[in-house]
Design a protein around this ligand. Structure first.
Ligand code: GLN
Length: 215
């Protein structure tokens, strides 16, 4: 059976474990380095990235997870989990660090005070039905590297009324990340995208398979 670890130090890891179970996989709560042995994938849940930084160091998980991610362990990061995967974090505490494996820059709590939390129906590349996305003090992806695929975006409005599209689901190599919480809407399709077909395959490959299946 497929074994998917869920980082279980802080945040909404129980909802992710429920998603993993719903997909028929074995979910492993990850609290220490020994829990990483034999995993086919890893979920980095939402919560508070500042607290997660501290707990990852205290638990001794920072180095072994960095190594696993660099070795290509498939991973899904949601909200704070996206922040933890990112190359650059803007608006963090002085001692904030990240795994730095996903070539994006994020701004913490970047959707601004008045819309700190909101919901949206998203069109996600490769999926037919829209995805209900719950954004809670979500990070904004402000830069994406050449190898990063943007699978969904939302409009971002500046105070002067100008509008741009910002990515909210991205993929690169063995990584998928979202700035919202798919698990809170009970939608397992990003988990499926990250792990179901991704073990050893590129995201482009997986997205084309989903397209075929749904036509
Ligand atoms: N604002 C949080 C952070 O910076 C992320 C919020 C979330 O995961 N819902 O870590």
């Amino acid at each position: 059976t497929v074994r998917i670890g869920v980082l279980a130090l802080q945040g909404d890891f129980s909802e992710h474990l429920a998603m993993v179970a719903e997909l028929g996989w074995h979910g492993v709560p990850v609290k220490e380095a020994a829990d990483l042995v034999g995993l086919d994938g890893l979920v980095l849940p939402g919560g508070e990235s500042t607290t997660q930084c501290l707990l990852l160091e205290a638990s001794g998980l920072r180095c072994p997870i960095t190594e696993e991610l660099r070795d290509g362990l498939p991973a899904l990061g949601t909200c704070a989990g996206l922040i933890m995967l990112s190359r650059t974090v803007i608006g963090g505490r002085e001692d904030q660090w990240s795994f730095g494996v996903l070539d994006v820059a994020v701004r913490r709590n970047g959707f601004g005070r008045q819309v700190r939390s909101f919901e949206a129906n998203l069109v996600v590349e490769g999926l037919v039905d829209v995805m209900r996305a719950v954004f809670i003090r979500a990070p904004v992806i402000t830069e994406v590297g050449d190898k990063v695929e943007v699978l969904a975006s939302v409009p971002y409005r500046f105070p002067d009324g100008t509008q741009v599209q910002v990515p909210v689901v991205v993929a690169e190599g063995s990584l998928v990340a979202s700035s919202f919480h798919p698990e809170l809407a009970g939608d397992p399709r990003l988990h499926e995208l990250a792990f179901g077909r991704s073990v050893g395959r590129s995201i482009a490959d997986i997205v084309s398979t989903l397209d075929e299946r749904e036509e």
